[in-house]
Write a protein that binds this ligand. Structure first.
Ligand code: ADP
Ligand code: MG
Length: 282
């Protein structure tokens, strides 16, 4: 059964799309069949994966959400084996408005994903920078939510609002929604403030914070304008290594009931991911 993970933070520019694309790509090279569902009308995840805009003009997440076409029919492959995307463009902004008066408007995405859930190991939902109806749909469809936090001033600002929204959704629409954790992004080790933010976040959220920290890395910002995940753009970059490690940590967290097993799985995944990634570029 596939796991649906909503990548959320209502602040823009914190690394949601970069994390969605590169974590999903890293899981795909570790042999996990992975879908990225682009739920942002800006369509940044779709462009970061190099999907041709004209090709999905009539077949995108908007059409699936409004029931005009099945989700399965809009999913397209990417340059990476095992990595697929359900693309979006500005059409999706219309869905947010059209759905307001619709019956069961909060569960549209959940219903649309029902038929494809079993076909993937992971489904990542890249959410828009708001707590509107699209994000509510993401959190209602998801098994868990993952929060990228940028290591800078006001990192925690807005987080309590997100957590309030999450608890409201758990009370009614999705009682089984789990907290996947917090990922620190754009970490600059030379910046004292970044260290302060990291300390504060770890104090507040302890083991909910992923050990893998994503560094600020110019290759990560470049690769999306070339329509490529970092693995295909510069596999040796610090950004690429960080997202491969994050994928490993995510798999470990979900699998390992005790330390001994964590160690064994870690060894195995290490082999997996590195071998796959090397095959990919050779
Ligand atoms: N680790 C990083 N290092 C450098 N630039 C980054 C990093 N993560 C994201 N960026 C850049 O920061 C900007 C915002 O990131 P993005 O993932 O689009 O955030 P969001 O989806 O939350 O709005 C983008 O231009 C992206 O390329
Ligand atoms: Mg984004």
């Amino acid at each position: 059964m596939g796991k649906i993970i909503a990548v959320t933070n209502q602040k823009g520019g914190v690394g949601k799309t970069t994390t969605t694309v590169n974590l999903a790509a890293s899981l795909a090279v570790a042999d996990r069949k992975t879908l990225i569902l682009d739920l942002d009308p800006q369509g940044n995840a779709s462009s970061a994966l190099g999907i041709d805009r004209a090709s999905f003009a009539e077949k995108n997440v908007y059409h699936a959400l409004t029931g005009q076409i099945s989700m399965e029919k809009i999913i397209v492959p990417t340059e990476i084996d095992n990595l697929f995307v359900a693309p979006s463009n500005t059409d999706l902004a219309g869905a947010e408005i059209e759905l307001v008066s619709a019956f069961a408007r909060e569960t549209k995405l959940k219903a649309a994903l029902m038929d494809v859930k079993d076909k993937f190991d992971y489904i990542f939902i890249d959410s828009p920078p708001s707590l509107g109806l699209l994000t509510v749909n993401a959190l209602t469809a998801a098994d868990s939510f993952l929060v990228p936090l940028q290591c800078e001033y006001f990192a925690l600002e807005g987080l309590s609002q997100l957590l309030t929204t999450v608890s409201l959704i758990k009370q009614s629409l999705n009682p089984r929604l789990e907290d996947e954790g917090i990922i620190l992004t754009m970490f600059d080790s030379r910046n004292n403030l970044a260290h302060e933010v990291m300390k504060e976040v770890k104090t507040h959220f302890s083991d909910k914070v992923f050990e893998t920290v994503i560094p600020r890395n110019v290759k990560l910002s470049e690769c999306s304008s070339f329509g490529k995940p970092i693995l295909l753009y510069d596999i040796d970059s610090k950004g690429s290594v960080a997202y491969l490690n994050l994928a490993k940590e995510l798999i470990n967290r979900s699998l390992a009931p005790n330390n001994e097993e964590i160690y064994q799985i870690d060894q195995q995944i290490d082999g997996d991911i590195q071998a796959q990634a090397e095959n990919l570029i050779s």
